[in-house]
Design a protein around this ligand. Sequence first.
Ligand code: SF4
Ligand code: SF4
Length: 443
Amino acid sequence: MKSTFKGGVHVTEYKNTRAAAIETMPAPQFVTIPLSQHIGAPAAPVVAKGDYVAYAQVIGRVENGLGCPVHASVSGTVKEIKTIENPVGRSVQAVVIENDGLYTLSSEVKPFPKPLAETSAEEIVNLIREAGISGMGGATFPTYAKLQSAIGKADTLLINCAECEPFITANHRVMLERPQEIIGGTEILMHALGLTCATIAVEDNKPDAIARLREHTTPQIRIAELKTKYPQGDERQIIYALTGRELAGGKLPADVGCVIFNAETTAAVWHAFYHGMPLCKRVVTVDGDCIARPTNVLVHIGTSYRDLFRYCGGLVKEPDRIINGGPMMGFTQWNIDAPITKGASAILVFSKDFAAKGESRQVPACIRCGRCVAHCPMHLMPQMLVQLSMQRRYEDMKEFNVMSCVECGTCSYGCPGSMPIVEYIRVAKAAIRAAAMKGGEKK
Ligand code: SF4
Ligand code: SF4
């Protein structure tokens, strides 16, 4: 039987680009590289206007606390360091580089000098940190910190290849085209964790990827099939589906003996170890009814959406909505000149016509059908949370475990009352966090 979890929904897949092989887009004339692309402290610039930078050279560093360095994704000249908005609307510093088109590689880029068997866990953690790798599935948590916290604690390593969001096929293509990188990256992570086995989890709507991974895997790495259901890619649901261990809200996978990494993140670990290459490029699915030629593109970090759309044949309709990530959990973007970051698995562009297809035109109203409660994978009561949020009873929402909401959007999907449930929950969570930071939390 295929592994799965309780709750969830079957969403329309729209995997239009599943057969679109990854294309490498040449970097544009200018790249704008944010110095904060990960959870944690932002990096501070270590270059200045007018400096020459080599491809893959460090341009920003985090001196203290959680965070990882940021690298130049082209060689060229630093034109300016400016403030921009990141995908979730926060102001961050960014380094603008004029590309000289030469891709002159930094002399710092070298394969790790020892064979894997002779490499210590600490050395692997350090090389992942220096390579600037953070979660590429969208979570953007620094990978070295996740690995470090799981060493000696996790008995189960899982690689997340579920890719359950509609439209996104970037990981699917990496599995088909670069399976040895995912398998090799898994071996590096196993070695660091001191584990003798691992599981790569793939939804059963990708039989070709499952077959490719099985061709390349080793007896120590199992390829597990998951039932296709949303949000199967959420790490709590994968852990439950494959181990039966339940992760309570606020707990980390390591608390139940698990550690989980995204497919492309795992491939990035392979590149860092065997080629010394930091994270300067990623695969992005570009889709939506406005895109002339939807496809999967290997993009230099810092490339603007505008340049990416141009590469994909341009926009054929007036865009109504640009989404960074999938339609369920992604973030609406307002700036077509925003840059691609390490966490951007997809950029989707929809016209008004397409966006309206999935939306009821009625005024949102809850009809108490209970569907959202039945489908919530975290076993919450979304309809109750909405009511409390509307009344701004944020403190009361804590009793209904609002902070355990993973913002997967399953409740909003298919709500017959068209209630923007996740938006109400996000507002409440932000208010609770802000109150806690001000020390105004009620006892
Ligand atoms: S699915 Fe929508 S209409 Fe049904 S109970 Fe939940 S919020 Fe109300
Ligand atoms: S309440 Fe949160 S966890 Fe539950 S379905 Fe909605 S968004 Fe997902």
